[in-house]
Design a protein. Structure first.
Length: 389
């Protein structure tokens, strides 16, 4: 529900808002990009709060902020008020979406959290599938102001009570008990910094001084840049390769199911594979997908192959982002470290659509794909370098 309202609903409501308020679309979408920047800045302190106090009150406060932000959005008439509402919602993103949920799960389940994170992302994979038609339906019934009011009510009446049902501040026994899981033992033997019960516990200050941290941060950031850019420009890019509008939409529609399929595969076929090995396959799939589109994008099967690989890579990467920080740096300060790793990715997610829009106007689809391919290869290289230790 948080992903659907905070991240996906704006794609449906933005045109109606721009037309009603008389604003340029860049103004409407620009505030959303601003909220992603705010979320990136807030990610680390939110993670530190969850490490210390647990997710119950942090995520519940995030739901309250969602309600306040959506209520404010439903009443805006000026650009200043509009950006103020999205500032509140940017903080709410950091407190209610994946990074906060991963930190909460890690605190509850410790080194056994991987399966729970995979299950959570499986549900999250349906956010756009549910949110887009639902938002379109509510827009037709109540207008864009009514749609934001509906989302306000949903967060106050559904998400807030659910967050209040989370564990209290104490760490659960499963999070502190020695772990005897076979995959954890394998991780410990594969990583020189690991102890018998898992990786050495790094503080945030120690993690940011570790060479692997910044390589990993760049790897995730470059991937977020590519995924954010393609999420906005994919249909236009497919049309540039000669596919009709209906075919381009149908091909792009493959991405969502393939994200879910990738996560199901990770939960079943890959559940006993080491997290950093899953990461290698995931980071390697993106440049392979872009190369397939670059070479064979004019053919329907080539474009479909790209959408399948791209969707599966994007889906599994979310799980990798939730499990790798624990594998490298331990779980005790997971929230702060994962938040710091997420910050650059959220900044890239905000910049990606704008940067690629400018690049698309200045060059051809081939130039655009070459730039994205270069970023994907750099991302893969940084991830492999981070995992060498």
């Amino acid at each position: 529900m948080s992903w659907g309202a905070l991240y996906y609903a704006i794609a449906i409501l933005a045109p109606a808002m721009a037309a009603d308020l008389g604003w340029r679309s860049e103004t409407v979408i620009g505030a959303f990009s601003w909220s992603l920047l705010v979320s990136g800045v807030a990610a680390t302190p939110v993670g530190m709060l969850i490490d210390r106090h647990g997710g119950r009150w942090v995520m519940a406060t995030g739901s309250l902020l969602c309600g306040a932000g959506f209520a404010a959005l439903s009443q805006v008439h000026t650009v200043a008020a509009y950006y103020g509402a999205w500032t509140v919602l940017g903080v709410a993103m950091a407190m209610t979406m994946y990074e906060a949920a991963f930190a909460t799960i890690n605190r509850e389940f410790g080194m056994q959290s991987r399966q729970a994170i995979s299950t959570l992302t499986l549900f999250g994979g349906f956010a756009s599938t549910v949110s887009w038609p639902l938002t379109q339906h509510v827009l037709g019934l109540a207008g864009w102001r009514g749609a934001w009011q509906w989302y306000c009510a949903a967060h106050l009446l559904v998400c807030l009570p659910l967050h209040l049902l989370l564990q209290r501040g104490e760490r659960h026994a499963a999070a502190v008990a020695p772990d005897t899981n076979a995959s954890t033992t394998a991780i410990a033997s594969a990583c020189p910094a690991a102890k018998a019960t898992g990786p050495r516990e790094h503080t945030l200050a120690e993690a940011v001084r570790h060479p692997a941290f910044w390589k990993l941060a760049f790897a995730f950031s470059a991937n977020s840049f590519i995924f954010a850019a393609l999420s906005v420009h994919l249909i236009a890019l497919l049309r540039e390769y000669g596919h009709a509008a209906g075919v381009a939409v149908a091909l792009a529609a493959l991405v969502g199911p393939m994200q879910v399929a990738g996560r199901i595969g990770e939960m079943t076929l890959g559940r006993h594979v080491l997290p950093h090995t899953i990461g290698k396959l995931t980071f390697g799939a993106l440049p392979a997908a872009l190369l397939a589109l670059l070479l064979f994008g004019h053919h329907g099967w080539g474009a479909a192959g790209f959408c399948i690989l791209y969707g599966m890579s994007n889906g599994i990467l979310t799980i990798v982002r939730g499990t790798i920080p624990q594998t490298l740096f331990g779980r005790r300060h997971y929230g702060a470290i994962a938040g710091a790793l997420a910050g650059p990715s959220l900044l890239s997610r905000a910049a990606g659509p704008l940067a690629v829009a400018a690049l698309a106007q200045a060059g051809t689809p081939t130039v655009l794909l070459l730039v994205l391919l270069g970023a994907a290869l750099a991302s893969l290289g940084c991830y492999l370098l981070a995992m060498r230790r």
